[in-house]
Design a binder for this molecule. Sequence first.
Ligand code: FAD
Length: 533
Amino acid sequence: MRYLLSNLPLNLGEEALDLAKPLAHALGGAPKDYRDVRLERRSLDARHKGAIRFLTTLSFDTDRNLVIGPLPGGLKVDPAPAPTPYAVAPPPRRPRVVVVGSGPAGTFCALRLLDYGIEPIVLERGPAMGERVKAISTLWKDAVLDPEANAQFGEGGAGTFSDGKLTTRIGHPATRYVLEAFVRFGANPRILYLAKPHVGTDVIRRCAVLIRKEAESRGAQYRFRARLTDVRFDAEGRVRAAVLDTGEELPCEALVLAPGHSARDTFEMLHRHGVAMRQKPFAMGVRVEHPQDLIDRSQYGPSAGHPALPAADYKLVCNFGLNRAAYSFCMCPGGEVIQCSSEEGGVVVNGMSNEKRDSGFANSGLVAKVNTADFGSDHLLAGMYFQRKWEQAAFRAAGETYGAPAMAVQDFLKGRATGRLPRTSFRPFAVASDLSTCLPDFVQEQLAGALPTFDKKIHGFASREAILLAIESRTSSPIQLLRGEDGQSVSHRGLYPCGEGAGFAGGITSAAVDGIRVAEWIAQTAGAPVFQP
Ligand code: FAD
């Protein structure tokens, strides 16, 4: 019989050894009594800094009669659940589907449509990977922006030049489908059991190209530098065709809108058509960066530097009441702060890392909640214009360049100009500036209020080595397109809002899962049997 043992502590490095030994130690018998032992989950337990360890869940076969339920020491034995088949049955008819966006949402929507035998056309406004990498290198080296080829637009979407964290809290069965796809296309299989799976931009770039090639070999058509500029609807508001920037029209019954949160022209076009949407809160602030060893020392204590420990991360929150809070966002251990602008005359920063997370720097968004009341207007796209206004202020603060305005944390707290900036990974260059010119007052106040609290939790967080770079504004979409239970827009049939830009995801894995859900809705609308996980 197959079992699961959860909460089994393992010392650092021990999970690389014969796992039957700690099993036998915990459950009795000899190691040979436990067969096909597999790590199902591993998280880091750093509560006691002098004795950091992993907490694991193992699955295994044994002929021994185990007692099901809790055991001393917090251990627990359960029967291993039978694997849930994530089945598909093709629909009786295959609709013509156009997917807008090759980010995680569009990509996984296309893959899942192919499982159903539906061959979509995928439109991507940016270029394929090779050309995209060149455009981004030019931005990061020479401070020259291509508004259609950057960290937001191009093959693989926004997640491609990212930290590649695949963590998600959504407990949807498609999460496994997504992680297994990444493994099939080259990611390290450990992402299947790590509590905080991470692949890094180097791996994700390779995976994105391989996934696209597989989708093409199965019948999907990818069109790069192909921007959706309009949609044709019939008199009842039903989708008839996607219109490209060249004027070409692609007839379709289903149009999946997965354009990410930076497709401002696309949202304006949808708004002109009266597509149902609402304002959505998001967060805004700066990137904060430290030397990685400062974070390691604070999080790991005397264990810092142990070869089995990853570059340390953190998660910080400071609540101010009345729906106000400042918090760390999208923390990138061993990563770099990157230039993420996609509009001329605006500066946006974010963070990314390689698989090894070995840059020597740690960064995270340090952001404050922006409520819809802060937008200052009832216009449905007011949040988007609010973001743009402050991105343009950051551009000006950087001397009208695509550098990033920056300040030492200590100077930000004392309200004085920074002379010499702390070391930073940011490229093309950081410009010592007054960040009060490019952050709303309420954001500045909350960041300044939170930093001393964070410094108590992470020793050195507000030290002389800490730098702030502006502006972190694209944390999530400032709007949500409204969709019904069948995934279609509540105002326009055949229109399927999808992923982060449409307000249904926040991160790579949740966007990918949303793409899969949309594919299933399309297949079911075409008559495919409903999948019951
Ligand atoms: P996107 O990935 O934004 O993809 C949308 C695609 O649509 C783009 O390629 C765009 O070019 C295309 N498009 C837009 N408009 C049109 C149009 N009109 N016509 C045709 N194509 C169009 N998330 C994590 O979970 N973990 C991380 O570590 C992480 N790190 C990040 C680091 C950075 C630097 C950034 C920018 C984001 C990061 N994220 C991370 C967030 C994550 O990337 C997004 O949540 C995710 O990519 C959203 O997926 P999506 O498919 O909905 O949209």
